[in-house]
Design a binder for this molecule. Structure first.
Ligand code: URA
Length: 236
């Protein structure tokens, strides 16, 4: 089996990223640095990444995490901030889990984590416009005119956002609770969409990705996706 496919089966990276790991000289077979992408791995070979043995994951792991505010979505942080890896229960700690996409530091809610690089790449591909539902809180009242601007799209980084759904689900004069469904995944997109109409999001939580809902999963808790949920996400 080709080395990049083998590394992908180990959950080390997608096949494309695995090629880069080889080119960067981080991969060894039987202790010898691999210097060609065309290299094959045999049944009795031992493959290491950065000196650590890697083995094919026969059963990938798919987790739903209710990310609290104050955690960043990365495997390790050079500034030593808390990462979502700290939320992963001990029994998964030796697995090569990584977050599927990002929620910003201040945003909470539904985050997927997996060992399956191909699953992650498919879900994150810009062509795959899976709707993501957010509960946002905005100070004061928000008018239909303002929401219409959000729905029609606002300019972020010189490019208009796609049309989206947005509705007020509760308002008491002090705070408006808005449900917004977007199909793109630009950096801090919901917050910046409201900033574009001079309104600040004071609380943001992702409650669904497609039909997969956070439901009653407590803040900071983790559960495995059901086989049906994994199958659904593979098909969207
Ligand atoms: N929009 C944001 O503003 N932040 C997120 O984390 C996700 C979407």
């Amino acid at each position: 089996m080709r080395i990049n496919k083998y590394l992908a089966l180990c959950g080390a990276a997608s096949r494309r990223k695995a090629e880069q790991l080889v080119l960067d000289g981080r991969v060894q077979i039987n202790g010898k640095k691999v210097d060609a992408l065309a290299c094959d791995v045999g049944d009795n070979d031992t493959v290491s990444l950065d000196g650590k043995k890697v083995e094919p994951i026969h059963k990938h792991i798919y987790l739903m995490v209710n990310k609290p505010k104050g955690f960043i979505c990365t495997v390790s942080d050079e500034k030593d901030r808390k990462t979502v890896m700290e939320l992963v229960p001990q029994k998964y700690k030796d697995k090569r889990l990584f977050p599927v996409g990002r929620l910003d530091y201040d945003t909470e809610g539904l985050l997927l984590m997996t060992t399956d690089g191909d699953f992650c790449n498919r879900l994150m591909h810009p062509r795959n416009e899976i709707p993501k539902t957010y509960a946002a809180r905005i100070e004061g009242d928000i008018t239909e005119d303002e929401l219409n601007k959000i729905r029609a799209g606002v300019i972020l980084d010189g490019r208009k956002t796609n049309r989206c759904k947005a509705k007020v689900v509760a308002a008491d004069g002090k705070v408006s609770r808005v449900e917004i469904v977007i199909s793109e995944g630009r950096n801090r997109q919901v917050r910046r969409m409201f900033e574009a109409i001079n309104r600040e999001v004071v609380f943001l939580k992702r409650v669904a990705i497609g039909d997969i809902r956070l439901g009653g999963l407590g803040r900071g808790l983790v559960r495995e996706l059901t086989p049906d949920e994994v199958e659904y996400l593979r098909r969207v």
